[in-house]
Design a protein around this ligand. Structure first.
Ligand code: PEP
Length: 245
């Protein structure tokens, strides 16, 4: 296996204003003390340009339209994100799969647009609680990967985030054994889809990562980092997670 640098990425969701960029400064200062870890923050669209202008920390978007331009009211293209200073973009977050009814095919098209623009795509997959209870978690994630990972994706442009829907914002997490099993399963699926390139793709865990559980989760095999929601808003919560990586 190739060495994979850990990535700790924050997803601010629909939170944050100009004043919140002070947290970004604190996060950037702490990240500089941990040069072996990649750190990124994905603020709302409105903060991408001001965030990118004030920090060397990679700034990302939380979504990206698949098309380059056109009649898509309210949407933002990959080139627009790049111009604003974004270097990565989350695609297929479960909140968008649910709220905006995004399909695997749409998520794949978005990931392709992100990569074609020279950004890193953080592609999210994960099962619902009902799917896990029904014993279908691995099958659901496998189907999401088959439907949404772009063929020919390169390891330096693709990151997978495994985020069980029932663990997001709930304070609940899967057992370490369940996380390790899912990440190993994802690696196997990626090898089938991408060949040897899959060994360089980072697989993040996401869902209620916090300072108290970060070291355990980030120490699991095939867990190459974390996608962090709530605990990425404040440097006091996010910095210990970076340190744990
Ligand atoms: C997320 O939505 O990407 C996430 C991981 O959220 P939280 O950390 O708040 O559970």
């Amino acid at each position: 296996t190739q060495a994979r640098r850990k990535l700790v990425a924050g997803n601010w969701k629909m939170n944050g204003d100009m004043a919140a960029l002070a947290e970004l400064d604190a996060i950037a200062a702490a990240a500089a003390l941990h040069p072996h870890v990649d750190v990124a923050i994905c603020p709302p669209f409105t903060l991408i340009a001001p965030a990118a202008a004030r920090t060397a920390l990679p700034i990302g978007a939380q979504d990206c339209h698949a098309r380059a331009s056109g009649a898509h009211t309210g949407c933002v293209s990959a080139a627009m994100l790049v111009e604003a200073g974004a270097r990565l973009a989350i695609v297929g977050h479960s909140e968008r799969r649910a709220d905006q009814h995004e399909s695997d095919a749409e998520v794949r098209a978005k990931a392709e647009a992100v990569m074609a623009a020279g950004m890193i795509a953080i592609l999210c997959v994960g099962e619902t609680e009902a799917e896990r209870d029904a014993g279908r978690a691995e099958d659901v994630v496998a189907a999401q990967l088959a439907g949404s990972v772009p063929p020919g994706a390169k390891a330096d442009a693709l990151v997978i985030a495994y985020e069980p829907v029932w663990a997001i914002g709930t304070g609940r997490t899967p057992t370490p054994g369940d996380v390790a099993a899912m990440h190993a399963g994802i690696r196997t699926r990626l090898r089938a889809l991408l060949g040897p390139e899959a060994d360089g793709v980072r697989i993040l865990y996401g869902g209620s990562v916090k300072p108290a559980n970060a070291a355990e989760l980030l120490g699991l095999p095939d867990v190459d980092g974390a996608l962090v929601g709530g605990a990425s808003l404040k440097a006091a919560d996010f910095v210990p997670i970076i340190a744990a990586a």
